[in-house]
Design a protein around this ligand. Sequence first.
Ligand code: PMP
Ligand code: GLN
Length: 389
Amino acid sequence: MRLPLLNSRLAGMGTTIFAEMSALATATGAINLGQGFPDTDGPSEIAQAAADAILTGKGNQYPPGPGIPELRQAVAGHQKRFYGLDYDPDTEVLITAGATEAIAATLLALLEPGDEVIAFEPYYDSYAACIAMAGAARVPLTLRAPTFRPDLEALRDLVTSRTRVIMLNSPQNPTGMVLTADELAAIAELACERDLLVVTDEVYEHLVYDGTHIPIASLPGMRDRTVTISSGGKTFSFTGWKVGWVTAPPPLLSAVRTAKQFLTYVSSGPFQYATAKALELPDSYYTDLRDSHRRKRDLLATGLTEAGLHVYQPAGTYFITTDVSSLGESDGHAFCRALPQRCGVVAIPNVVFYDNTEVGRSQVRFAFCKNDEILAQAATRLKTLHRTA
Ligand code: PMP
Ligand code: GLN
């Protein structure tokens, strides 16, 4: 048998850090502030809608390839309600198995081997894997502490004749950075000037505490070259349902759909009905979600600071990036592996999201999408940590 079995494109991408750290939390009984999932489910009427869909035979058999019409209309309605963007539910909206499949389908559809994708590191792990599976090359623009703002001159310098896509994620996992109107305008200008596609992952669009979320598709010249990706996981606190979506003009959407139909074909039938209902929740649902998470952010940030960690205050997402060198530690990965034994908490080392690993070596991410009591308990445990040097 020819070895190694895992092909060279995926070499070194063993088990995701989220699976590794959640398994560690289960094995040790530690509080899991690693993988980002809420410990409280979303609205009960939305859960009821999923149960009703199953029991009344809605979506139990293959739903339509592009997604059920009710959900495509609800996604289009959401883009209009929050951003004034018009998308045709029939030709410009595609339902996917979470944002994860949307990212995979988009990159597999749009990239040729040898193409370059500029992405802002630290980046969400599936970007690197999907770019690799497409045979393309990732080109990192490094975001640096303390602000994690992109260096737009450096971005311009990274564009070559092989650049095909700029990949954005705002609000950004893991740093919590939210791109400003000026930054988005500069990126849009560059994309238009160099005729680049933009793929934008906006799964944390409703979790912005400072500033506002602006979809780059709403900027002049951008609608025709942008694939926008989001999902219901974070917005409705049902990360296990895996209902995601893509909005893009017809030629881009049709390319993404071509790849998507050979990945899952379709998924999550009954959950598509429930997510359609969720997207139509009143504005108050969305503001309450944001306000409760802003409070949780502040609660955990205070706890982490009191525990001696250096906190980089996030403007969005449900993650706080810290620097453990304030505790005398230099290796975030080793810190995270030892943390459950040392004080019963699990966190994620940001270094795994970097190509330039030196930059992220001492950064550690904590999730705050948890009950207040759990956050307080985690903070109490972290305060037992002592400086190692
Ligand atoms: N993008 C980012 C930035 C994420 O943090 C996540 C994780 N939830 C995803 C995509 C995947 O989203 P989904 O669960 O909808 O597949
Ligand atoms: N998006 C979640 C996080 O960043 C994890 C999703 C996953 O496990 N792939 O923590």
